[in-house]
Design a protein around this ligand. Sequence first.
Ligand SMILES: [Zn+2]
Length: 228
Amino acid sequence: MDKFDKYDVSETDNNTLLVQGDSINSKEVEAPKGPYLVINGAWYVDQFPTMIVAEKIDGTLGMFYLTPFRKVRDEELKPYKGYHPRKMKGSPLPDYLYRFYGLERSGETLSEVIRVRISPSEKEKLEATAENDGKSVSEYLRGMIKLSDPSIKSVENGVAYVTRSAEQILSDVQKLLQDKPDADKELIQMLLGGKYPLCPICGDYQGNLQFDGSAIIGCEKCLDDKQE
Ligand SMILES: [Zn+2]
């Protein structure tokens, strides 16, 4: 499961971490008390089997020892000179383990996670399509996701999302193609099929959520409106 060859870790019901293995007695580990060190992300990298590589909020990379579980301090991060861990063989630190190292993911990473993911070539297409329409990409996207309200709700990590059903996507695509026969059907389909975060402040789903630490402070759209 996790990157612990010699023992297994699992979450218990009472919020602790159960550490079990052949060579050690089972023990329950409690998460350290906050405040936590806020980072953009953390990864196991195969090349450094005893370390975890972290991206700090200023974008710089550092690494710290995998064991023991403890409150990791900024000062103990050692310089890491390799490629970004996303480009290395390895895997992200599972979300539930962050707090056992006294770590917290920054809002920036969270909002990155919940954006509709598109590839660079799809992004180019999207930019070109929006430009043809005389709109910015976000105006174009907002117009598009306004077609029919996504009807399927789900909650992940405390964030509510809405998505469209297959029927909704189909009928929206048809509507759009009637309007704009030369629109890129695949791109539209992909955008309509996105999973949109629901803003708990304004109740809308048309902007990326913005975070202050782990608290949602609104979405791009309602925060923009506030500023005007
Ligand atoms: Zn909002």
